[in-house]
Ligand binder design. Structure first.
Ligand code: ACO
Length: 329
């Protein structure tokens, strides 16, 4: 790399990990029926596009999933773990209250000393993390970063609440981002609006040796749906504007994989044909901060996304948070 030429951040490798246990809608409907909770494959598919999700083994931790995805991304980039100088783990299901899952990932990768921290922006966490890594790389604070989204949302689910427990899954996705003279990440745009904290939250916290408040996910689905559709279009448009690009420049849209109806509506608003939408929600469910890097890795490994393609990544989630990153892959 030429140190006097402009410095950009570029994704040089992707990786992902899905726990082995695949749970179809029918499997889940059967398990819920035993509790007297009624749902069906037809309802879940029609309202969300989800057909199956993966659930982590009881022994798995968020950092275990993250490390598996990270190792794949390092291999794909041809980068040794020892060369990584920044680790960002986007998660809402960390191994511990503290230290950060990023520190545990660092330890499991056998490297020590580099900056490592968690990014808590719920389902927007990966986009937030990628944007922060981009800024740190462009400023010279880092040169080779691992940005990981890893979640075990199954542990936050209330299996007596059919309006939420059918939506989420577990998994991890990771990218290696390196300093480069060729762009890379073109622009990003991040937002939050704390007035909407209560429409999507897991309000419990540790206090006096006990959980104070509910440790299970709560969501006002229709309210989230309404907000998500509006902000995703806005974020995409402002990111394109910052980069001096237009809708027509987008080769692939990779939105947070929460609900196929939200994703298709975003694509339509950006005037993108639906075959430019990367969708893995059918097989993964909503894996929160892991959903975008998981979908990215699947599309890269299947050959759909090619080097040089322009990607629009978009996150939206609890907080309320949202944001977008536009990049040349
Ligand atoms: N099975 C069967 N019936 C159900 C289920 C279920 N799993 N869940 C709800 N229903 C019923 C409801 O009880 C309701 O019945 P009623 O009409 O008799 O009262 C009916 O289905 C319709 O319920 P709605 O909530 O109005 O359904 P909607 O079409 O809004 O779909 C959904 C619900 C899928 C949650 C939708 O609102 C949505 O996807 N919202 C966005 C969610 C999202 O994106 N969340 C992730 C954000 S990212 C993050 O940060 C975690």
């Amino acid at each position: 790399m030429n140190l006097t030429a402009p410095r950009f951040a570029r994704i040089t490798g992707t990786g992902s990990h899905l726990p082995a246990r695949r749970v179809t809608n029918d499997d889940l409907a059967r398990q819920l029926a035993e509790r007297g909770v009624e749902t069906s494959d037809a309802w879940i598919v029609e309202r969300t596009g989800i057909r199956a999700r993966h659930f982590a083994a009881d022994t798995d931790t968020c950092s275990d999933l993250a490390v598996r995805a990270a190792r794949q991304a390092l291999d794909a980039a041809g980068v040794s773990a020892a060369d990584i100088d920044l680790i960002i783990v986007a998660t809402s299901t960390p191994d511990m209250v503290f230290p950060s899952t990023a520190c545990i990932v660092q330890q499991k990768l056998g490297i020590h000393g580099c900056a490592a921290f968690d990014m808590q922006a719920v389902c927007s966490g990966f986009v937030y993390g990628l944007s922060v890594a981009d800024s740190m790389i462009r400023s010279g604070a880092a040169s080779k970063a691992l940005v990981i989204g890893s979640e075990i949302f199954s542990r936050l689910l209330d299996f007596n609440d059919r309006t939420t427990c059918v939506l989420f899954g577990d998994g991890a996705g990771a990218v290696v981002v390196e300093a480069s003279n060729t762009p890379g990440i073109l622009a990003s745009d991040l937002h939050a609006d704390g007035r909407h904290v209560e429409i999507l939250c897991t309000p419990g916290t540790v206090s006096g040796g006990q959980i104070s408040g509910s440790p299970l996910l709560q969501m006002d689905g229709p309210a989230v749906f309404k907000l998500a559709v509006g902000v995703l279009e806005e974020a995409a448009r402002s990111t394109l504007k910052k980069a001096g690009r237009t809708d027509a420049d987008i080769d692939w849209l990779i939105p947070h994989q929460a609900n196929i109806r939200i994703m298709q509506s975003t694509a339509r608003k950006l005037k993108l044909p639906l075959d430019k939408l990367i969708a893995t929600v059918d097989e993964h469910g909503n894996t929160s901060a892991a959903s975008i890097p998981l979908a990215l890795d699947v599309a890269v490994r299947s050959g759909k996304i090619q080097r040089g393609d322009t990607l629009m990544l978009e996150g939206v989630g609890g907080g309320f948070t949202w944001g977008a990153v536009l990049l040349d892959f």
